[in-house]
Write a protein that binds this ligand. Sequence first.
Ligand SMILES: [Fe+2]
Ligand SMILES: [Fe+2]
Length: 287
Amino acid sequence: MVEKTLLFHLSDIHFGLEHNRALDWVAAEIASRNPAAVAITGDLTMRARRKEFAAAKEWILSLDVPVTVEVGNHDMPYFNPFARFFTPYARFKGMAQLVEKELQLPGIAIVPLKTAVRAQPRFNWSKGWVTGPALQKCLDAIDGLPEGTRSLVVCHHPLREVGTQGTALTKNGGKALERLARRGDKVLAVLSGHVHDAFDITEPTESGPVRMIGAGTLSQRLRSSPPSFNELTWDGEELCVTVRNLQNVSTKDMMIEDVPEDARPPRHPGDPVAPVGNVPRTDPPVR
Ligand SMILES: [Fe+2]
Ligand SMILES: [Fe+2]
């Protein structure tokens, strides 16, 4: 019998506005189910405040399993432009070893792809950007995997590029997907966050389809579904996704059918306004 690999995909915990009951449940699930790895696809904090990072570090380091952490747009210094430009990752101190960390497991690897950047030549810096060096680093890591090892690419923003370069959810996302598609079945899926709702869709590219799997949020910043995380099982042939949540809503009902163009969740009363480098927010339609 083939041994299954169990992986947990968590995202958008947003310490500062985290969902404590859900987090206690997830920590207990990790302790009892003992997944081979936990991938956290960014937005650890609300506003990259030191106390939010301290809470994130305490929770993450308490997990007794391999963890890899992606950087989200909320994890860059928010109120301090100098720190944002010159030391954007300084506040990960104490867990920096987990940031954008590749994890190799038997037969499967988790390979990071950075999509959150400190600045970009458009108004909305909350959106993603796959830079040339970031994409090359990811592709090199995939190409360097041992023969037969499959990969899960992890990033914060879904690699969705609709509209113009200026409005795309993730600039160069389409190019990244096409390059990943060229790797054929070496790339099992791209795991992302940012949207705060779960999904599992197949995106066509010129070089073939790529599966994109999104995890929901473990924060109070809910979009259209309760707090959740994704449980992934890999049996050597099939990657199965279950959206776990405290309300026992079925995976099918937890998932949205497409990645929204504007992934911003509704404004929360605790959210500050007028962020540095971001356009003012307007609420998206209720879904
Ligand atoms: Fe988020
Ligand atoms: Fe985000």
